[in-house]
Ligand binder design. Structure first.
Ligand code: ADP
Length: 527
């Protein structure tokens, strides 16, 4: 698609340079633009920040007519409309928060044959719920003005995606209602399962899928063992900021608002200049923190994932996760804010077993979420495979012989030790601890199970055998491994204020028979 000369090729080049002031395309952008200009349905899969918007914004200017952009994020739409308007590209939006006047302008654009607007942004909710919008859109189509339908974050159609939105299901009617209007779906979620589900829901089976690589060669990936005390965590962060990342800018992602405030406070007390950012702050203070970070007054922003949109700082040199993300998709997106300038940057995750349960109790009620979280844990537990290869495999990318160039902790440390652990023996021990706990009516957390296994904690929970001949940290990894492989399962209980998860035997525990069932656990040397 990128190598062919089309009747619009010269115009595309002109618009790129004159309107968007961009000299060259990034990988796959031209393929996406040519395919949609040829009238094909297509789904574009590119990592966040790779430049998906250009794939529908530029084609909107090639021929007269209207491009309808369906997007779930109001603030992102507002940003885009603002930036298009600055470029003198007529664009408008209609969301659930639009005033009556804005709504009526948007509706008129669809009806008015002479409307100058080239891009109209709408939320799926508005599309699904406004009959008037749909009837006006039909008029726009009947007039031959509906040129293209772009659906941003198109994975939201699928409940297997990490961000399912019920109103996206409604979009399935578009391909029947508007035959010959090319649909262009855009997403950073690339798993084959989600993509085929999206095609089914949108009624565009077998459509073209244009995918760019997820490999970010300039990002160094690393896992650090997270200490149990907050103070020791602060010491790690302090050292990183004072020495390794001295004079550089970055982000520290935390699990909760409270964590972000506590960690920012703790780091300030240790003499570091950091800002704090979360959704409970006033818009003005958030913007103030963002600016101070942008201008290098703050070395780092300690933030919840609310800090994400609108970050256009190219020289973010580090992204530290104080707690694991809720999925690999989220992790890729959050860590991917590092090194946009193409220079080396580091993505560090502090991992410990307890955090699994902190996150799992938060996400377990949404469909497929535990599976997504367990994907993240696999990434953390891994100590033998190249981390960027794991990321590539997760995004269904063919890794082949791509070289990591020692840009992850596994590849840069070839002397990684591993310890062989006979799962059969240990699973039997763990199963007996769980059976006994049930008998004496005690609910087991992972921590209690670990204690009992290592002959610590409550005497009544301990087993009769020997203490394992490896460290507790390996023990934690084994329990996490058993959890993601369904030997153990989480059992969620609601309380008045929160959810707690306990540990039970999982279905695979019954399959343990093979005497050679040996697990190779990495003995991590954290530095
Ligand atoms: P995505 O939607 O994939 O997350 P965006 O469309 O928001 O990414 O683009 C991210 C940034 O990259 C924007 O600032 C955009 O202007 C810029 N950009 C897009 N394409 C190019 C290009 N070919 N060359 C330089 N910058 C680009």
């Amino acid at each position: 698609w990128a190598g062919t000369q089309y009747e619009w090729s010269n115009k595309v080049k002109e618009i790129l340079q004159d309107v968007f002031k961009i000299r060259t395309f990034r990988p796959k952008q031209l393929s996406a633009i040519n395919s949609t200009l040829s009238g094909q349905h297509a789904i574009v899969v590119m990592p966040t920040g790779a430049g998906k918007s250009l794939c529908y914004q530029l084609p909107a200017l090639v021929k007269p007519g209207l491009t309808l952009v369906i997007s779930p994020l109001v603030s992102l739409m507002e940003d885009q409309v603002r930036s298009l308007t600055k470029k003198n590209i007529p664009a408008k939006l209609m969301t659930s928060t639009s005033s009556k006047e804005e709504t009526s302008i948007a509706l008129n654009i669809l009806k008015d044959k002479n409307a100058p607007v080239q891009l109209l942004y709408v939320t799926p909710e508005r599309l699904a719920k406004s009959k008037r919008f749909m009837s006006n859109l039909q008029k726009c189509y009947a007039d031959g003005r509906l040129q293209r339908i772009a659906i941003d974050e198109v994975h939201c159609c699928s409940q297997w995606g990490h961000d399912f939105r019920p109103d996206y299901k409604y979009l399935g009617i578009l391909s029947n209602m508007f035959p010959n209007v090319p649909i262009l779906g855009l997403t950073a979620t690339a798993t084959a399962h989600v993509l085929s589900d999206v095609q089914k829901i949108l009624n565009i089976p077998g459509c073209l899928v244009i995918k760019s690589t997820f490999n970010r060669p300039n990002l160094y990936y690393k896992i650090l063992e997270k200490p149990s005390s907050q103070d020791n965590c602060l010491t790690i962060l302090e050292k990183l900021l004072k020495y390794r990342y001295k004079g550089e800018s970055g982000i520290i992602y935390t699990h909760s608002i409270k964590d972000s405030e506590d960690i920012a406070d703790g780091l300030r007390k240790r003499g570091l200049k950091v800002g704090c950012y979360h959704a409970n702050m006033e818009a003005a203070s958030r913007s103030n923190v963002h600016t101070k970070w942008h201008d290098k007054y703050y070395q780092a922003i300690v933030a919840t994932v609310a800090f994400g949109m609108g970050i256009d700082k190219p020289d973010v040199r580090f992204v530290i996760h104080h707690t694991i993300s809720k999925s690999m998709e989220n992790y890729y997106q959050e860590s991917g804010r590092a090194g946009r300038d193409g220079l080396r940057a580091e993505c560090v995750t502090l991992y410990r077993m307890q955090d699994i349960f902190k996150v799992s109790t938060m996400v377990f009620s949404s469909i497929g979420s535990l599976e997504h979280l367990y994907g993240m844990i696999k990434y953390c537990l891994n100590g033998t495979l190249c981390r960027r290869q794991l990321i590539a495999v997760h995004f269904d990318e063919d890794w082949g012989n791509t070289d990591c160039n020692k840009m992850c902790d596994v590849c840069s440390n070839p002397n990684n030790n591993t310890k062989e652990i006979n799962l059969e023996t240990h699973c039997k021990t763990l199963a007996s601890i769980i059976d006994n706990a049930e008998k004496i009516d005690t609910k087991l957390t992972a921590q209690k199970l670990l204690d009992a296994w290592f002959l610590k904690g409550s005497v009544s929970l301990r087993h009769k055998g020997k203490e394992p001949n490896f460290s507790r940290s390996i023990g934690e990894d084994v329990i996490a491994y058993l959890l993601i492989e369904n030997y153990l399962v989480e059992d969620f209980h609601y309380t008045a204020y929160s959810t707690i998860s306990y540990i039970k035997k999982g279905p695979n525990m019954d399959l343990i028979e093979d005497k050679d069932f040996v697990l190779c656990m990495p003995v991590r040397k954290y530095s």
